[in-house]
Design a binder for this molecule. Structure first.
Ligand code: AMP
Ligand code: MG
Length: 496
């Protein structure tokens, strides 16, 4: 593992973009998990590393040759309030690597010690959030949601002081880029247009090369980011995922889900569901995610204005048009994904419009009936065009099953417009309707076992189930079920 072929580019942008910082060594690093499959796709040698060696590397105790550790500068709106300087306070970019196709990835340690940007923080991460991020980000990857990846997790042998003393951990994350909306805001707040342009050129070359081939690359960049966020947030909505802290510093320019904090998947469907203990106003509630996405992208557009046109009115018009396209793009993404989940593929416009109403009606029924989000769609994917005993499983998820019957009737009538066999439709539905999602109570159980008893078996079991989310696995039934009343997790914590 000590011959990682680092190929660093961010460091060449210049010192206003970061502060060079070494990780602070920890007392006793021990490897919890190394992501061999990911390592292989990244071309990292020794896919099966010596665990002690990997632990020192992924704890930041040993700096591999070619690494140029740095903390990135960024700003951000946190719950609507602008902070001109946030930056990596507990994360350190080790460097960049290229996969076989030449795609560049950032490799970052999180929980690796204080940096210039740490303010009052200790620069550390508790073990719980490390395990949560590992489980959820890897599950997201398997659920076809763009996301940062987890390459490794270690324990530090040290304690971190939160509400109480907790074991410390460090996660190594891989991203197409850790540049955020807040990175552009950082330079915008300083009025440093040259830096904004430099960063935009960097991102175009690295993440949106097609924009370079257009007549207006910066306009194309903004449009591409807007598009990728519209697609990303639609994916979250289709799976019942709630990010929890959609601050502009937690919104990736590369369109990946980043910074897993108090995130959660819903069990029973609730339109305005909030899990995060710090989100008291429900700013980042499930139903608000699409509009918050637009709010954040508007902040990005503001930062890019000086690049869009010389005349500020012209620039503002360009930005407005692109932001308007977000709404259509999001709605299209949402509808096409939801139609796939319901097994609907006929493409006539009037059918699509009626499908939207049909799907919205289902969500309303789920909300009134406390129906489990994931199982509703999974059981729906098992139904035949004719009523059968299979209907019972789906109906049983609804508090008043009879309320679903009218909807099922409409859905079946609608299926008659589909020129596909039950078998074919079910197959297509089952590759978009997971059996397993990282349920909160299961994550909590994994964290409890690890924190309280240094037992990582629950974490490993859960991780393994989530590697194959679309296939029902024998003996793993408990992982598909919502929590028992005593297991319900009502709130999640940043726990940084
Ligand atoms: P987040 O909650 O991950 O979006 O973090 C918001 C900001 O607080 C970022 O600048 C983080 O680097 C910083 N931060 C969060 N936790 C810590 C910590 N324990 N030590 C230092 N900085 C932190
Ligand atoms: Mg963050």
């Amino acid at each position: 593992m000590n011959n990682i072929a680092f190929n660093n580019s961010y460091v060449t942008l210049g010192e206003s973009f970061y502060v060079k910082t070494l990780p602070t060594p920890v007392a006793q690093p021990a490897l919890i998990k190394f992501n061999e499959a990911l390592a292989e796709t990244l071309g990292l040698s020794a896919a099966n590393p010596d665990s002690a060696e990997a632990a020192t590397l992924f704890a930041g105790n040993y700096i591999a040759e070619g690494a140029e550790p740095l903390a990135m500068a960024y700003a951000g709106h946190q719950f609507g309030h602008f902070n001109p300087q946030l930056g990596d306070g507990r994360a350190i970019l080790l460097g960049e690597i290229m996969d076989a196709e030449g795609t560049r990835f950032d490799m970052q340690l999180k929980g690796s010690g204080r940096t210039f940007y740490s303010r009052d923080g200790d620069g550390r991460a508790a073990l719980g959030p490390v395990l949560r991020e590992y489980l959820v980000s890897e599950a997201m990857a398997k659920l076809a949601v763009p996301t940062t990846r987890a390459l490794a997790a270690v324990t530090t042998g040290e304690q971190v002081a939160r509400e109480r003393l907790l074991p410390g951990g460090i996660i190594t994350r891989i991203a197409k880029s850790f540049v955020r909306v807040g990175t552009f805001q950082y330079f915008s707040a300083k009025g440093d247009v040259a830096a904004i342009q430099k960063l935009a050129d960097y991102i175009i070359e690295r993440n949106y090369p097609l924009a370079a081939e257009t007549a207006h690359p910066y306009t194309a960049l903004l449009a591409a980011v807007v598009d990728s966020q519209a697609a990303l947030i639609a994916r979250w909505m289709q799976l019942g995922f709630i990010h929890g802290v959609m601050n502009t510093d937690n919104m990736s320019i590369a369109g990946e889900t980043i910074d897993y904090g108090p995130c959660a998947f819903m069990d029973h469907y609730q339109h305005d569901r909030v899990f995060s203990s710090i989100d008291r106003q429900g700013r980042y509630a499930y139903s608000r995610q699409p509009s918050i996405g637009l709010w954040n992208l508007t902040r990005l557009a503001e930062s890019l204005l000086p690049l869009l046109a010389e005349d500020t009115n012209v620039a503002a018009d360009i930005a407005r048009d692109i932001l308007e396209a977000y709404v259509t793009s999001y709605q299209d993404n949402w509808l096409s994904g939801m139609r796939a989940k319901c097994g609907l593929s006929a493409t006539a416009d009037n059918i699509k419009k009626a499908d939207r109403e049909l799907i919205e009606e289902l969500f309303n029924l789920m909300a009134i009936n406390d129906a489990d989000f994931t199982l509703t769609f999974y059981y729906l994917s098992q139904l035949t065009a004719q009523p059968s005993v299979q209907d019972r499983k789906l109906r049983s998820l609804f508090a008043t099953p009879a309320q679903l019957d009218g909807w099922l009737l409409k859905w079946r009538r609608r299926l008659s417009e589909e020129a596909q066999s039950d078998e074919h439709r079910q197959k297509k539905m089952q590759v978009v309707n997971p059996v397993y999602i990282p349920r909160n109570h299961q994550i909590e159980a994994a964290i409890r076992a690890a924190e309280d008893h240094a037992d990582f078996s629950v974490f490993h079991d859960l991780h393994e189930v989530l590697q194959n989310p679309y296939v029902q696995q024998t003996g793993r039934e408990k992982y598909m079920l919502p929590p028992e009343p005593g297991e319900v997790v009502k709130q999640t914590f940043c726990g940084t």
